[in-house]
Design a protein around this ligand. Sequence first.
Ligand SMILES: NC(=O)c1ccc[n+]([C@@H]2O[C@H](COP(=O)([O-])OP(=O)(O)OC[C@H]3O[C@@H](n4cnc5c(N)ncnc54)[C@H](OP(=O)(O)O)[C@@H]3O)[C@@H](O)[C@H]2O)c1
Length: 380
Amino acid sequence: MRCLYLAGACGSIGTQTLDIVRENPSEFKVIGMSVGRNKELAVRLIEEFHPEIVCFRENYLYELSYTPKIVVGDAGLLELASYSKYEDEVFVNALVGMSGLMPTISAIKAHKTIALANKETLVAGGDIVKEYVKKYNVALVPIDSEHSAILQCLQGESHKEIKRLIITASGGSFRNKTRDELKGVTKEAALKHPNWSMGAKITIDSATMMNKGFEVIEAHHLFDVPYEQIDTILHPQSIVHSMVEYKDGTIKAELGVSDMHTPISYALRYPHHNVQESKQLDLFGLKLDFMELSKDRFPCLGYAYYAASRGGIYPAVLNAANEAAVKLFLNDKIEFLEIERIIEKEIKDDKYMEIPYTLENVVSVSLSLMKEILSRYGVD
Ligand SMILES: NC(=O)c1ccc[n+]([C@@H]2O[C@H](COP(=O)([O-])OP(=O)(O)OC[C@H]3O[C@@H](n4cnc5c(N)ncnc54)[C@H](OP(=O)(O)O)[C@@H]3O)[C@@H](O)[C@H]2O)c1
């Protein structure tokens, strides 16, 4: 029995993780969960899975039929992550944004396996998180479909034989639009992803292509591959979830339907696949297109490589500027193209060069930058 602590249970990844638990009660048990602002859903999930510890995002009054240990807010997330009683414990991080970083570190310190969906953790604090992973000797398994694909393509292979990782991108909601046509696009249109149903932030990140930039940074940390050996490619069908090219010309790819249950299930069972049959890919009539992913068309992808090349605290600055800009866009405070401009200004600013890359600085610089950008537009 694997004991799960699920942070972000009410979100897109969180609820899909719970689908897997629901279908496999003899394999997984939810010991802890953090729930979001949707009170009705939160109560329903708590009553169904009966976790021992629950972290509420806000201090509402909840009527429950039993008395779990209750913790609240950011401090509560850390308590949830460090609560530990059982042998085989997995911390599933399905939070969105910077709020995922510190709980990941607390869970590592509690010797839990990390099943990581929260991309901001590795973007902002990649090298630091990896040091903790090494020090506490825990496994960190990606949930994201692209990294899950790469992980599978690397099984049994030797690192020195890798030529490059090739991360595929669907192109997001505006993949067929020119840059001119992006002027004045609406939030509603940006939130309509053609292939995947996901939370709001990652859907906007997909439309700007920052999501792919984040995945490049995550892949660098997860697989110890230099940035020069990580490429991205446009693949509108989202059937090939990513590939590894070897020096002898072999390309290994992982293919499947666009359903996050599959990579979540793999992360929970790593290195094993689910033995029960689920949605199968119909190979007949399969159409696979691959095209160049242009950094002129999608500047945010270039910004991610640029921030990574500056190193130190710059990926955290990239992440924080993006998080604030996306929030502003979702709050109708800025236009879609303003997201890019806000990010570009920050990552090109030399003032962050002097700031040492420590966990404390990653957190404090990120939080103050987000606050500062939001306050320019009167948002908390
Ligand atoms: N969705 C996907 O298919 C997908 C695929 C790959 C990777 N990811 C990554 O996985 C992560 C989660 O994505 P998602 O799409 O599942 O997001 P989501 O649907 O927005 O869910 C995130 C959940 O985290 C909760 N949360 C956020 N900040 C919190 C905080 N400070 N304290 C407590 N709870 C907090 C939210 O609470 P509320 O309910 O109150 O908002 C929400 O329930 C992101 O980093 C995303 O990039 C997602």
